[in-house]
Design a protein around this ligand. Structure first.
Ligand SMILES: [Cu+2]
Length: 302
C-alpha cells in the first residue's frame, strides 16, 4: 500500500529528526551511590496525609523482609491526590538510609479492575496478531477496544466514548523535547479550549502514554495538575505495557525505547461518535482550529 509506505517513510524521517533527546553527559560528582533496593509490595491504603506527603498503607507480608503491617510512606503529590482509603495498590517500596520508606510505581490493584484491564490487554494482543500486517488502522476504521487506567486510577474502557467525538494522541511525561510531547499537550489544551468556546458538544480528549513503565496514574495526575488541565473531558491513560505497544502499532506510532529515552513519532486522531477514525494528523504540525472545525462539522451533521 503506497499511502502507508509514505506515512511510514515520513514517520521515519520525523523519527530521525525529532527523536526525544540525547542524554546529557553527567560528570560523576561523587562515588556512585549503591543501587537502591526496591521491594515490590501490595497493600491497602489506610489514609493520605498530604500535609506530611505521607500515605499510610497496610501492606502485606514482604517475604524475607517484613511481616504485614501498617506504615507511613513518602509518596508523590500525584499519588497523594488520587489515594483512596480502602483501595488495594501495588508499588515498589524503597527504603532510604535515613530510615524512612518511599513508594513509587503505585498502581491500582483491585482484583476485579485488574482482571478487566488484563482482559482488555489480551483482546488487544489477539487483535494485533490477527490483523498481522494490516495492524495499522486507516482513517475510516474503528477505534480498537481497550481498557486502561486514567489519571485518577479509574478503569476507562473505550466503550465509554461511544456517542462522543474523541481527539486522541500519545505522549509521555518525561519527554524532554519541547517540540514533541510538551507542544502536543499544549495544542491539545488549546483545542479543548477552542472546542469549548465553539460549543462543540460531546467531545473528549485523550492522551495515552508511550511510557507505562514510568507513567503511572499518579504521575499522569501530577502532569495534568502541573499544567492546570481541565480533566472534565481530558483524560490521560496508562496501563499494561503490551496494551500500549499494541495501541501504538494500531495507530501507527513508532516508539523505540533506549533505556530511559524514547524516540517516537507523533499522531493525533479524531474519532467520530460512531467510533471511527475520522481524521489523522502526523507529526507536530497541525492546527487546533482545523480539528475544532472538523468537530463542529461532525456535530452539526449528526
Ligand atoms: Cu516526546
Amino acid at each position: 500500500m503506497q499511502s502507508r509506505a509514505l506515512i511510514l517513510t515520513s514517520a521515519l524521517v520525523l523519527l530521525a529528526l525529532a527523536g526525544c533527546g540525547q542524554p546529557e553527559p553527567v560528570a560523576p560528582a561523587a562515588p556512585a551511590a549503591p543501587a537502591e533496593k526496591r521491594y515490590p509490595i501490595t497493600g491497602e491504603v489506610v489514609a493520605a496525609d498530604p500535609a506530611r506527603k505521607v500515605l499510610i498503607v497496610h501492606h502485606d507480608e514482604i517475604p524475607g523482609y517484613m511481616p504485614e503491617m501498617t506504615m507511613e510512606f513518602l509518596v508523590s503529590a500525584g499519588d497523594l491526590a488520587i489515594a483512596k482509603p480502602g483501595q488495594r495498590i501495588r508499588a515498589d517500596m524503597i527504603p532510604s538510609d535515613k530510615g524512612d520508606f518511599r513508594l513509587e510505581k503505585i498502581w491500582p490493584d483491585d482484583r476485579t479492575e485488574v482482571a478487566v484491564v488484563a482482559a482488555g490487554a489480551n483482546a488487544l494482543r489477539q487483535d494485533t496478531m490477527i490483523r498481522g500486517r494490516g495492524v495499522y488502522r486507516e482513517v475510516g476504521e474503528e477505534l480498537p477496544d481497550f481498557a486502561l487506567y486514567d489519571q485518577t486510577g479509574a478503569v476507562v474502557r473505550s466503550a465509554r466514548f461511544r456517542g462522543k467525538q474523541v481527539m486522541l494522541n500519545f505522549i509521555f511525561t518525561r519527554c524532554p523535547v519541547a517540540t514533541m510531547c510538551p507542544l502536543s499537550t499544549s495544542k491539545m489544551m488549546e483545542t479543548q479550549r477552542l472546542a469549548k468556546e465553539a460549543g462543540v458538544p460531546n467531545i473528549e480528549f485523550v492522551s495515552i502514554t508511550l511510557d507505562p513503565a514510568y507513567d503511572t496514574p499518579g504521575v499522569l495526575k501530577e502532569y495534568a495538575d502541573a499544567r492546570g488541565i481541565d480533566t472534565a473531558n481530558f483524560s490521560f491513560l496508562t496501563g499494561p505495557e503490551s496494551a500500549i505497544k499494541d495501541l501504538l502499532a494500531q495507530f501507527g506510532v513508532i516508539a523505540s525505547f533506549e533505556g530511559e529515552l524514547i524516540k517516537h513519532t507523533l499522531a493525533t486522531v479524531l474519532i467520530d461518535a460512531n467510533g471511527r477514525i475520522a481524521h489523522r494528523a502526523d507529526g507536530s504540525v497541525w492546527e487546533p482550529g482545523d480539528f475544532v472545525a472538523k468537530m463542529r462539522r461532525a456535530a452539526k451533521a449528526k
